[in-house]
Design a protein around this ligand. Structure first.
Ligand code: LLP
Length: 414
């Protein structure tokens, strides 16, 4: 459930009309609801209560400082994949001791920074990475806490680009090699082996693949125990899907119940790395119709937002609901909702039934995750503003980029 609803024929974020936000901050812009973020985070903590756990919000889903700060205030940990994300977490007041560091190509510099910051754990994705972390820790005379990301080879049944737990994917250490890798890690003097992790993909809409992966991980935990390797935590990654159209993903409570059953009697802290499930439906992208254009074959609603602002439809053919902020009466028409970028793939939605006039405001729903974080400056378009609503007040949490910022750092030849 989210806090975007219609009152007096205008879509609101909590108590603020999106028409007011457009008037105050301009379009396009992202609008987030603090109450929705908090509600979604608390759905996870409530579901996991009774079992030792740490929620590490996946920063890549939405890394705005205000978003991270709202979650940090609730006690959230963070899953990061770069030095940049670690810096953001610290800048936003997040606790580095609740950070897990995933990613297949951590540089020596990133590892050193994370070690000095005192992060909870490195989620190691390959054997050579173990050696690199050990070497950096040796140079700093420190011990690095590590978990091995195991690739359980289960089919997440999601879009191929966001499926990560299959043999052919670049992520994690193959299950057949996991024991040998753990034995190697155990021998490295500057590593402390504390956990195991996996992440099989994103936007999963059934529990089965999660449970399959967990069972395979638990079998590994038992085999490791026979070698005298005792783990403290199990990190099941992120991936829980959300409702974009008519998907019916499991609730955090259903997922947690299934996990808790399997973990009962074991002394393993559970770590989860949800991103989308917390942020997707906590945000919309607000855009204005510039022109309505009749084509030979179809009608176009040309709006001021484009694929550089919200890439998911163009990149994954993702379907996100597009609604009128102030719906009109009348006969609807089927529109392709397209942006100003010079690419045929620049669309936000196709074949959408809408009643429209130029200047109308549209909201692309479920845009809080993998929206702004995947934005670019393609076509020299400044990145858009971000606004967070808290009750009856909207706050600008990122200014719209200026034209000067577009070429900041560039230089002419002498
Ligand atoms: N943990 C790891 C190691 C991950 O790679 C990811 C996402 C997550 C956690 C969070 O997964 P979530 O709970 O958000 O599903 N850009 C794509 C999604 C890419 C996900 C990449 N990894 C999209 O817009 O659909």
């Amino acid at each position: 459930m989210d806090h975007f609803n219609y009152h007096n024929n205008a879509l609101h974020a909590e108590q603020v009309a999106l028409t007011d936000i457009a008037a105050q901050f301009g379009t396009p812009c992202y609008v987030y609801s603090r109450a929705t973020i908090e509600r979604h985070y608390q759905a996870f903590t409530a579901a996991l209560s009774g079992h030792p756990h740490l929620i590490c919000y996946a920063v890549k889903a939405n890394s705005n400082l205000a978003v991270l700060n709202v979650l940090a205030r609730l006690g959230s940990g963070f899953d990061i994949v770069s030095g940049g994300e670690l810096a953001r977490v610290i800048e936003a007041g997040g606790d580095p001791t609740k950070v897990v560091f995933s990613g297949v190509a951590k540089t020596a510099e990133e590892i050193a920074t994370a070690l000095k910051a005192g992060i909870h754990c490195f989620n190691v994705e390959s054997e050579p990475e173990l050696d690199r972390i050990n070497e950096v820790a040796r140079q700093l005379d420190m011990t690095a806490p590590v978990s091995l990301r195991v690739n359980p080879d289960v089919d997440a049944q999601t879009h191929p680009y966001i499926s990560t737990g299959l043999k052919q994917n670049k992520f994690g250490i193959a299950m057949e090699r996991a024991e040998t890798a753990y034995l190697h890690a155990q021998q490295l003097p500057h590593l402390e082996v504390i956990g195991a992790d996996c992440h099989i993909g994103s936007q999963l809409t059934s529990l089965e693949p999660f449970i399959d992966a967990l069972d395979r991980l638990l079998a590994l935990v038992d085999r490791l125990a026979e070698h005298g390797i005792k783990l403290k935590h199990l990190d099941v990654g992120g991936g829980l899907g959300v409702n974009y159209q008519d998907e019916q993903p499991p609730l955090p409570a259903d997922y947690a119940t299934a996990i808790k059953q399997r973990l009962s009697g074991r002394k393993l802290t559970l770590i989860m790395e949800p991103g989308r499930a917390i942020m997707a439906n906590a945000g919309v992208m607000l855009t204005k119709v510039e022109f309505l254009k009749q084509g030979d074959d179809r009608d176009f609603a040309i709006v001021d937002a484009a694929m550089n602002d919200l890439l998911r439809p163009a990149l994954y053919s993702a379907w996100q609901e597009i609604v009128a902020v102030t719906p009109r009466h009348g006969t609807s028409k089927a529109y392709d909702v397209v942006g100003p970028v010079c690419e045929t793939g620049d669309f936000l939605g196709k074949d959408r039934q809408l009643v429209l006039q130029p200047e109308d405001l549209l909201a692309v729903r479920s845009s809080g995750a993998y929206g702004f974080t995947m934005a670019s400056n393609y076509n020299s378009r400044p990145r858009v503003a971000e606004v967070m609503v808290d009750g009856s007040q909207p706050f600008l949490i990122r200014q719209r980029e200026t034209l000067q910022q577009l070429w900041q750092g560039e230089a002419l030849l002498p």
